[in-house]
Design a protein around this ligand. Sequence first.
Ligand code: NAP
Length: 298
Amino acid sequence: MPASIVVTGGTGTLGRPVAQRLRDAGASVSVLSRHPRETAEGIRYTAGDLSTGEGIEAAVRGAEVIVHCAGSSKGDEQKTRTLVSAAKDARHIVLISVVGADRIPQVSAIDQAVFGYFGMKLATERVLEQSGLGWTTLRATQFHDLILMVTRALAKLPVIPAPAGSRFQPVDATEVADRMAELALGEPSGLVPDLAGPKIYTVAELVKSYLSAVGKRRPLVPVHIPGQAARALRTGANLAPDRAVGKRTWEEISGRPDLDGTQNVQIRSTSRVDVRQLPVDQVGGSARAPCGLTEHVR
Ligand SMILES: NC(=O)c1ccc[n+]([C@@H]2O[C@H](COP(=O)([O-])OP(=O)(O)OC[C@H]3O[C@@H](n4cnc5c(N)ncnc54)[C@H](OP(=O)(O)O)[C@@H]3O)[C@@H](O)[C@H]2O)c1
């Protein structure tokens, strides 16, 4: 059992349940945050900003293991550089990345403008690999929370643009947290097998099921996104059908109080694909993707 684990991003969607699981496993857990708070429920909070470097050395001093869940839509490569250069005592850093990080080309301006998140995550992976520290990287597909956030935002538009051919395989962040905690309690393992949700959906399916759950109707307009990154997404580069190990489905996020404040809303997909029933070549390939939905889908 590690004496000391720091969770960066431990106030976020993924990092919070990671910190809780590690605490429950008996580790001494400290969360790095730009907005520290009092120790609560056995988890300590330390102040630090990975963008400026302020507070980072003190926050990670003495940590044997660091679970790196901090991230945003920009600058993760630099944040990770700051982290690894401060992490002198760590024998193991566990990183969360995204399925398709290595399969979404970043060739043109449109590739980078719309899908630059993937390139950033790949560059972030490289920083850790070259750090000289023990490392483990897990790539996951988009979390349900993110898909909800995006579908909710899209549902506010009078007409909803739905990127043609893009599909997603959402996974529950709590299941990713289970795996991240397991990896943190183990030995450095390098790039481990992807973690993806149980089913694959088109953007239209995700949006329509959300609209139906909240009782809205909106026209959807298919849009074509040019560029090699968008093409990779259309071939399924953001998917991992052979790693559909998540159990919780998009439909099962019913009853979430954060779903427009509506309790017990049942998300029903209008048509869905159980990836376990599809041959890999129907959904596979190599791209993955963030968006197609918006540039913030990751
Ligand atoms: N969401 C997805 O669908 C998805 C899918 C695959 C991989 N990922 C990756 O998983 C990670 C976590 O995603 P999430 O959805 O849990 O994110 P989130 O809910 O937005 O949380 C982001 C976390 O990062 C921390 N953070 C951001 N900038 C920071 C900075 N400059 N210094 C220190 N901490 C900083 C925030 O902490 P404070 O605000 O407390 O400082 C917060 O705890 C990200 O690296 C993301 O790329 C996400």
